[in-house]
Write a protein that binds this ligand. Structure first.
Ligand code: SF4
Ligand code: SF4
Length: 190
């Protein structure tokens, strides 16, 4: 809740250039990287803001299951593009996290920021992973083709546009870096 005298919605302005480069926590995915989700729930408790698209915002306000605990802590505005999106903070525990099981209570309906984690499809066409997730170094080898398809699926669901060029770059990067003879597909074919 905003304090007395504060505007009802916090506006965070992103200076030009911020968030165009992955931050310190991100590493480029390499062949042989292993990962599994340990269901530790750390990603839902850390100092992080869950960015929400406006499509997700509308869904959250219309769906009784999400709406019950939904809140917006602020809106992020990029003055260089005029684009904006709301967010909510989860430090100390997301309202949708079940603290007993460490599972998300809205898992099939979770937001894109949550669904993509701990991976990131950057505009450079590479997939990154967060070193803050303790699941890395365990479990089976990560298949970047699967990660890419999952990310694209969730982006589309959140109403996000993914430039064809970025996807094509990523498929090329997967073929070259991982030596995977992936079928070359365009976003329309996924
Ligand atoms: S921090 Fe990583 S291992 Fe832990 S619940 Fe989140 S995704 Fe799974
Ligand atoms: S919405 Fe679900 S996945 Fe996202 S931070 Fe909250 S509990 Fe975690």
């Amino acid at each position: 809740m905003p304090k007395e005298g504060e505007p009802p919605v916090k506006i965070v302005t992103i200076p030009r250039g911020e968030e165009t480069e992955p931050g310190e926590e991100w590493r480029v995915l390499a062949p042989g990287t292993r990962w599994t989700c340990l269901k530790c729930g750390e990603c839902c408790r850390r100092a992080y803001r869950v960015n929400i698209t406006w499509v997700e915002f509308r869904r959250a306000t219309e769906d009784p299951e999400i709406r019950e605990k939904f809140r917006v802590d602020g809106v992020i505005v990029d003055p260089s593009t005029g684009l904006s999106h709301p967010f909510f903070g989860i430090e100390g525990g997301c309202p949708y996290l079940d603290p007993k099981t460490n599972l998300c209570t809205i898992h099939p309906k979770r937001f894109y920021s949550c669904a993509a984690w701990p991976f990131l499809l950057h505009t450079d066409g590479k997939i990154y992973y967060s070193k803050e997730c303790p699941g890395f170094g365990r479990g089976p080898e990560v298949d970047p083709r699967r990660v890419l398809k999952e990310i694209l699926h969730h982006r589309e669901r959140a109403g996000m546009v993914t430039e064809r060029e970025r996807v094509e770059k990523c498929w090329k990067w997967i073929e070259e870096r991982f030596g995977l003879k992936s079928k070359y597909v365009t976003p329309d074919e996924l």
